[in-house]
Design a protein around this ligand. Structure first.
Ligand code: SF4
Length: 189
């Protein structure tokens, strides 16, 4: 076990459920940081936040909630609202959350920062990890590079989420991804 304090940026329950134990056995201190102003509407944000809170309680991991500054998120992504998932809007969205996680980790004297975002099926580690590394360098911290989809973790996460019967969202998070999802459902009807 490494004698280090790790701040774990958590995006949602399904993406993190398989990772708490693994991180807890690797680092002396693990704290979850829920900073996701990309989740809309607010009722959905609260739902996802509360799932993560429950998982943290169960895993014995302290839970911290960051600001829900969605106005800032909308301002940063406004020019890219028509983008498909995986485009420039998503890169900005990852970058914003990683920057804040790194800022908080620096303020609270953590050593390492990780994010659960790369657990997501459509979330590319080769896009997310370099952003984490840039912010880590800026703040003089270490970013735990990972592709959490790999090593059987994705399958484990799906299985645990079913066993625990946690809420599994149907769209990535932002209002734009929600509208796309709703359109697809309508087209199928
Ligand atoms: S689709 Fe997901 S990753 Fe992309 S901008 Fe929306 S919330 Fe962020």
């Amino acid at each position: 076990m490494e004698d280090k304090r790790l701040l774990f940026h958590v995006c949602c329950g399904p993406c993190s459920i398989a990772l708490f134990e693994e991180l807890k056995t690797a680092y002396t201190e693990v704290v979850a940081y829920f900073y996701n102003p990309n989740i809309h509407p607010e009722a959905e944000y609260i739902k996802r936040r509360d799932v993560v809170k429950q998982l943290c309680e169960k895993a014995g991991v302290p839970f911290i909630e960051g600001p829900y500054n969605k106005e800032h998120w909308f301002a940063l992504t406004d020019a890219y609202k028509a983008n498909n998932e995986g485009g420039a809007r998503c890169k900005i969205c990852f970058d914003m959350r990683l920057e804040e996680a790194m800022r908080y980790a620096d303020e609270q004297k953590f050593d390492i920062v990780a994010t659960s975002i790369t657990s997501g099926r459509n979330k590319r580690a080769d896009v997310i990890n370099p952003l984490g590394n840039v912010w880590a360098e800026t703040y003089g911290l270490t970013f735990l590079e990972a592709d959490w989809k790999k090593g059987g973790r994705q399958e484990k996460g799906i299985q645990l989420a079913k066993e625990e019967d946690i809420y599994r969202q149907e769209y990535c998070g932002c209002i734009y991804s929600k509208l796309v999802r709703e359109k697809k459902i309508k087209e199928k009807q």
